[in-house]
Design a protein around this ligand. Sequence first.
Ligand SMILES: [Zn+2]
Length: 405
Amino acid sequence: MIVETFGIRKYINTLRACYTVVGEKKEYGTDMNGVAVDQREIVALDEIVAGLPEEDRALFDRLFHLSTTIGELNPPQTMHRWIEKYFGSVDAVRRQKVVKVTNRWTLESSLFNELRAHRPLEARIPSALAEEIARSHPDPFDDPEANTPEDVFGRIRTRHAITASNIAKYDGFHGVVVFDEHDPLAFTEETVIGALDAAMEWFQKAYATDSDAIYPFFMWNCLWKSGASIPHGHAQMSLTKGMHYGKVELLRRAALQYNTVFDRDYFADYYHMHELLGLGMAHGDVRMMAHLVPLKEKEVILFGKELDDDLKRSLYCALACLTGDLGVTSFNLTIALPPLAETGENWANFPVVVRMVDRGDPMNRTADFGAMELYASSVVSSDPFRVAAQLRECAQIGERTGRYD
Ligand SMILES: [Zn+2]
């Protein structure tokens, strides 16, 4: 548990926020396929999958391609001490197991190396970050009504946030929802829900202004590593026309193709496979997953039927878990929503898709995305099984407080 400047506050947030995971004890307290869920490791995914009942293994193979390999090297004697210091032993680096998982439908893929996966997940939040955030104040978002434009339909105000019109637009409708609170990591369940409510009303207002603008996308970039230019807490909304954004449309087509080939619901199967592996948990209509094919570190995905209270709370629960318990400071969070009106396209079964990902230490100059991530495959250090274990723990903390029982 992190107990530095932000940590204490985050810890309390997590305690307040999370909910009871449906089926938790039944699903996860037992030992499946000889490997207890909390003992599982992504580098042993081949063994875990091999141990699944035939029907579950068939489901895995419908959704994913899995391959493993061993990378080998010979370090010179002069490197041994350095290697022992950083990797524990020379043998640990001499033969390295690499696991590659590919989603057969979206063709997202991730590479996991056991050397990277064994590093601790929790990063300490440097006090220098708190100072840096404090130094970025004051800024234009401290007084948005004076320092930001408003949309042609005006502003939406909720208890903890207000909308603005983005000054240099991504798209025809591109808004900002500015948190009242400057510190982007000082969010609470109430302020997150306030921002989401403002965003949803913004989509409706924009749609009412132009009935062709129907494809909504919500995004929240937090701190420099994520692409956020202003540290002050804010998220953005975009509403597009003609076709959803490419990556959302790709997911729709992938799911549709899966449905055509197998006559099954892609999203239901995708979640179910995560649940079978011990990576998924459900709450009402919300399905939460420590993603098996993460775009980058510690990615969490949620599917919901709509952006209702359950999904908003679950979103907050997962985010508070990442920032409060897994040392995440800079992140991207997105919500892909189905269109606001009928289209000629088939959006049946397409859920509200929430994705959030760690972008690494904002005080570190090295970018987390390199050529591999941009053009080939994600290279991921965080073990989804450990992310899932932490998500379950966060949810159980919620259960103990009894807030949503
Ligand atoms: Zn500010």
